[in-house]
Design a protein around this ligand. Structure first.
Ligand code: HEC
Ligand code: HEC
Length: 196
């Protein structure tokens, strides 16, 4: 009995091994160079955007990117600039693109951060419990985006849109989290997140 137990593996081990080899097979086939070039024109060569109001993708949780690309392809989240590109992407492309950008390091943009605003933003973030979903580091998890080091102009715009006119397909939890915030509060939150 004792000897046999040495060789026994819980079923979960076998399952994990299957997942791992599937993940390894995945890692070998990245997105095509042509597709990446299209994305790079707007989101930056290394996934860190240098263009006003275009979000950086580097270091976003893979599941968040996958979810947003899916919503865009299905026409639920409408991003006009991307519509002609996402409509031709296959499920596999969505997967490999998400894995690709999730692995790249997130860098701060070159927008100046106002230290006083950032301090105020830290207080608002604590009071509104932004970290309860986006993690205390605001690095994001699962379907919740990385907010840390995102472009300030994009954060301001997107937070206002969650507050004023939640985009179709957007998570209602996020609109609830920002309800009643003033424009000044939103600016402070954006400077705080960008400063991390
Ligand atoms: C012509 C410019 C342009 C191109 C090309 C482009 N995007 Fe975008 N993308 C945008 C803009 C603008 C937004 C923000 C839209 C908004 O304000 O909601 C965006 C948003 C996104 C988002 C959501 C990010 C977030 O933080 O909410 C993802 C994911 C994304 N793009 C991935 C891609 C991928 C992958 C490609 C290449 C297949 C690509 N984009 C090509 C302009 C572009
Ligand atoms: C209850 C969970 C929850 C809380 C609390 C929360 N968020 Fe979110 N947030 C989300 C989810 C989920 C999304 C993605 C929603 C979607 O799919 O549109 C999101 C999206 C965002 C985005 C869009 C980023 C992008 O790249 O498109 C920003 C910015 C953001 N949150 C900032 C904040 C801030 C700042 C706070 C605190 C004031 C906060 N969130 C509190 C769940 C939450």
């Amino acid at each position: 009995m004792r000897d046999a137990s040495k060789w026994w593996r819980p079923p979960a081990f076998g399952l994990a091994a299957v997942f791992l080899s599937a993940a390894a097979a995945f890692a070998q086939s990245g997105p095509s160079a042509e597709t990446l070039q299209l994305c790079a024109a707007c989101h930056g060569e290394d996934g860190n955007s240098k263009i006003e109001k275009i979000p950086s993708l580097a270091g976003q949780p893979a599941f968040f990117i996958l979810n947003q690309l899916f919503l865009m392809r299905e026409g639920v989240r409408k991003v006009e600039a991307m519509a002609p590109i996402v409509k031709d992407l296959k499920d596999d492309d969505l997967n490999t693109l998400s894995q690709h950008y999730a692995k790249l390091p997130a860098k701060r943009s070159d927008e100046p951060v106002d230290a006083a605003l950032a301090r105020r933003g830290a207080e608002i973030s604590t009071a509104r419990r932004c970290g309860s979903c986006h993690l205390p580091s605001l690095a994001g998890q699962e379907q919740m985006p990385r907010v840390a080091r995102q472009r300030i102009d994009y954060l301001v715009e997107t937070l206002k849109s969650y507050r004023d006119s939640p985009r179709p397909g957007a998570d209602t939890a996020m609109s609830a989290a920002i309800v009643g915030a003033s424009d000044a509060d939103i600016a402070a939150l954006a400077h705080y997140a960008a400063s991390l």
